[in-house]
Write a new protein. Structure first.
Length: 259
DNA sequence: ATGGTCGGTCTCCGA
């Protein structure tokens, strides 16, 4: 079973590149971030025609997450628990039925810049809520994945030029400590486990010819529960997508899970 | 050399 994450940076802008990648990569399930669309305006027919069930959790203008799945989904939940006043669409969760149930959490962790400030406070509070959800799922001993744009550069080796990110919300010590504490509960970073760095990136800025100079960072992550880590058959980063026509600034990251 | 690029949108804000 192939499960992927892809920050598409706008569904309207990616209406050609996303189907092209789906046809080539053929994932069973993909978690999308930054759909930048309300649910009613999402062009679901395009993807249903390719055999995908589409489940969106959008909002106007910014953010927004979604699932596209060729396998049946159940228990679909929208929104990260823990703050009823949070109106940002950054979390979607479902159980995918592939012989045995696997819970999939698609996430778009807040960017947090500028730091310090209210946006950084929101990032840290959001991470605390995510940790609570992860603790609950671990306690239940469920098979689950958390995957998406985590907006965290875990280590210096995950940036081509770490010095540039020294004061950035994606790399501040408190960001990395908070993220690491969550992983240390028992989650496996699938890409790091199978692709030891340095030089493994998932994002290249549109600015400053970052792609041409390979000035990338690794911020799109797939975190596996212990039960899923045992079934990890392969991981990949579809880096070539960044060099295609009208690319997103992120590329797809995927895992292959044994049946 | 304090710039540069995208996407979505009440032409600036978020990344």
């Amino acid at each position: 079973m192939k499960i992927a994450t892809f920050n598409i940076n706008g569904i309207k802008a990616r209406i050609e590149a996303l189907p092209a990648w789906l046809n080539t990569a053929n994932p069973d399930l993909v978690c999308l971030q930054e759909i930048k669309s309300v649910d009613e305006a999402f062009p679901r027919e395009v993807f249903e025609a390719l055999g995908y069930q589409v489940e969106t959790h959008g909002q106007k203008g910014f953010n927004g997450v979604a699932f596209m799945s060729k396998l049946p989904l159940s228990d679909i939940r929208r929104g990260l628990p823990g703050d009823g006043a949070d109106e940002q669409s950054r979390w979607i969760e479902a159980v995918v039925d592939a012989g045995r149930p696997l819970r999939v959490c698609g996430l778009y962790l807040p960017n947090g810049n500028p730091a310090p400030g209210p946006k950084y406070d929101y990032k840290l509070a959001w991470m605390a809520r995510m940790e609570t959800r992860v603790r609950d799922l671990l306690a239940a001993e469920e098979s689950f994945l958390c995957l998406g744009d985590c907006n965290v550069i875990p280590q210096a080796m995950d940036a081509a030029r770490p010095e540039v990110w020294a004061t950035d919300a994606l790399y501040l010590p408190e960001t990395r400590e908070t993220y690491r504490r969550m992983l240390n509960l028992g989650l496996t970073d699938a890409v790091r486990a199978r692709m030891p760095g340095p030089g493994v990136y998932t994002f290249w800025d549109y600015q400053a010819v970052a792609w041409e100079r390979n000035h990338g960072i690794r911020i799109d992550h797939i975190l596996c529960s212990p039960q899923v880590a045992d079934r990890l058959d392969g991981v990949g980063i579809d880096k070539d997508v960044r060099g295609g026509d009208k690319p997103s600034d992120h590329v797809p990251v995927w895992v292959d899970i044994a049946a």
